[in-house]
Design a protein around this ligand. Sequence first.
Ligand SMILES: *Cc1c(COP(=O)(O)O)cnc(C)c1O
Length: 382
Amino acid sequence: MSYTPHSMIPLSDNYIDEADVRAVSSVVKSGWFTEGEKVSEFQSAFAKYVGTKHAIAVNSCTSALHLALAAVNIKDGDKVIVPSLSFVATANCVLYQHAKPVFAEIDPKTYCMDPNDVQEKIDTKTKAIIPVHFAGHPANMKPLMELAEDYHLKVIADCAHAVGALYKSNKIGSLGDVGCFSFFSNKNMTTGEGGMITTNADEIARKVSLMKSHGMSKSQWEKYQQTSWRYDVIALGFNFRMNEMQAALGITQLEKLDHMNELRMRNASRYTRLLKNKYIVTPYVMKDVKHVFYLYVIRLAEQVRASRDQVVEKLKHMNIYAGVHYPPIHLFSFYRNKFGCQEGELPVTEEISKRVISLPMHQKLSDEEIDYVAKELIELIC
Ligand SMILES: *Cc1c(COP(=O)(O)O)cnc(C)c1O
């Protein structure tokens, strides 16, 4: 066991093969780059995969969340409940609609939104909740959907970590009103930058399709196909379109998504096997879910003396790139200044956030690398 890496083991990586390269270059050669046949093919394939009536491609998950909230009429004066242990886009999208994000605690096992705390935080202004399927583990959707039904809330799922994950045999993105996906470079499948909105509601799909392209009554593709130049603008929209190169990559990436997720799950179980000891809390997986391990997040147990930040720093010296997901959103300067958020508001989130470390996790990790990371981590903290 004298393996040492020659270069940094990255925290994340993508998985690009010849089929991906061929798909993108054929679009480049075709000369038609903006939203067209490839986007529409990707949308159909994605809707079929997730099991929803509609899938609408956009340029990022941030845009997807923004449009989803707009489409369910979130507006000034409304409140939307979000977890604080997430990427900042989960909360920022609420502000784009001039509504107020209200932060809820997480379940200390799954690190996903805690339904009991959500219930505590609902008031008459609450209009929606945004559960995040943290690290690839599905949020506990059943109690969340029951709350949504009782209090007439919309459920917009932030599925950025969890494409391909299952909750009680339902694909993530098929539960609730809307699912929002990310195809950013380090996600489980990528289009470089990109996103997708999934929904069964015709009205939401119609609004989102309109708003992603300037509120125009015709898409770019229709304008090109038809000889008439005429179109109307019927709503205030944005330019949130996905392009053809991205969609071509999305199609070939989706074809191997299950395989890529299998590789992640296999790597995760190797880590878990090697790291089981009293100093490390390995990822918990709920019964009846498929966790697709966008991230492999461990937590330092209470008896660990070394500071988390020192451990992350020392791992870097051993050529291991570790990360922290996430610093709580409510404690960022912007949120402190805007809403007066303070330490102590979300004790579970804050405590967990101080002790988590994301270890390198991607499809191309070798057994040797996993063994090396596990060995070095154990040496540092035990
Ligand atoms: C990556 C991510 C996003 C944003 O995705 P983009 O496609 O980069 O806009 C949103 N929410 C979560 C939880 C994420 O991890």
